[in-house]
Design a binder for this molecule. Structure first.
Ligand SMILES: C[S@@+](CC[C@H](N)C(=O)[O-])C[C@H]1O[C@@H](n2cnc3c(N)ncnc32)[C@H](O)[C@@H]1O
Length: 305
């Protein structure tokens, strides 16, 4: 549907579209190039379908081409989430050298690209020496985040108990194996959306996992986090955008080239939420007075305190 005001060769068009969060029909304004036909009518040069397939060829003015490229880029940057396509680490599988290598890569990414620093900056505020603190880490992977927090708590003399859960039995087994010497951590094989605990936690954490869910379930995860903790909640994840996409492509083309890591990392870059999408999710999950900040290396976090 196209209607609007004509500006020489460009028009503002009102386009009905579905909100990625609420699923409601909303109206979005866009600019699009139009040509004037010999009949005097104006016609849009590129349709959405044409843009998805072929980019404008020669004979089109550079300005029209620039607009078309911008539209093409915007379409490319939409969140792509097909529930039928699972990340390779989420598929049922036994412990294998490929999975172990993938989890090791994830730990390196966490260490080198900001996850550990991000989580620690919050733990320094929330965990106090001498106090007993109960933490739940939702979708823990191979457990490097809970081990990091225990190391910090030991350093400052805090008493910590962590429940770390993951749905993938093979990942769960690797996490347990790597956590001998960490009696503060109890591992549970469980789905975030179904996990409940007799005693409520002081801190609920969920790192690098929200993008594994469709919008609706991501909102449920955020609600679950808030219900599980009486005080502090931290949810951190990737931040979708050209920097993330380009960075992940380069990294997985040059260094992290294992097929599982490459597939999952590229899928994650396409599935991550943008900064504004993450904010919308929190609002839909009825989070109030929450913090929300961008972090280095295309990360973001929302928190309650
Ligand atoms: C990218 S990893 C993140 C691991 C860790 N939190 C980190 O920051 O490195 C995502 C993890 O989420 C787990 N996962 C995905 N869906 C889940 C669910 N519904 N319940 C529990 N764990 C889930 C996967 O098994 C995987 O270990």
């Amino acid at each position: 549907m196209v209607f609007g005001t004509c500006f020489t060769r460009f028009m503002f068009i009102a386009e009905p579209t579905f909100s990625t969060v609420s699923g409601q029909l909303i109206c979005r304004w866009r600019t699009a190039p139009f040509v004037r036909l010999t009949t005097g009518a104006w016609r849009r040069i590129f349709t959405r379908d044409a843009l998805n397939g072929v980019l404008p060829g020669p004979g089109i003015s550079p300005i029209s081409r620039a607009f078309a490229l911008r539209e093409h880029w915007l379409l490319q940057m939409k969140r792509c989430f097909d529930p039928a396509v699972l990340e390779m680490m989420d598929r049922p599988q036994p412990v294998s050298p490929e999975l172990e290598r993938d989890l090791e890569r994830l730990r390196q990414l966490n260490r080198w690209f900001g996850s550990h620093r991000l989580v620690l900056s919050f733990m320094r505020r929330w965990i106090k020496p001498g106090a007993r603190t109960r933490v739940v880490d939702l979708a823990t992977g191979s457990g490097d985040i809970p081990r990091l927090i225990v190391d910090y708590a030991r350093e400052i003399g805090a008493r910590l108990e962590i429940d770390a859960l993951d749905r993938q039995p093979a990942t769960f087994e690797v996490a347990r194996r790597l956590s001998t010497g960490y009696p503060e951590i109890s591992y549970h094989e469980a789905n975030i959306l179904e996990w409940s605990s007799a005693e409520i936690y002081d801190i609920a954490l969920c790192s690098l996992t929200l993008h594994h869910f469709c919008d609706e379930d991501a909102v449920r995860v955020l609600r679950r986090c808030r219900e599980l903790s009486r005080r502090f909640v931290l949810v951190s994840d990737l931040r979708r955008g050209p920097l993330l996409k380009g960075g992940v492509y380069l990294l997985t083309a040059l260094i992290f080239r294992e097929p599982m890591t490459r597939f999952d990392a590229r899928l994650s870059a396409a599935r991550a939420f943008t900064f504004s999408e993450m904010r919308d999710l929190a609002v839909h999950a009825d989070w109030q007075n929450f913090g929300h900040k961008k972090f280095r290396f295309a990360r973001q976090a929302i928190w309650l305190e």
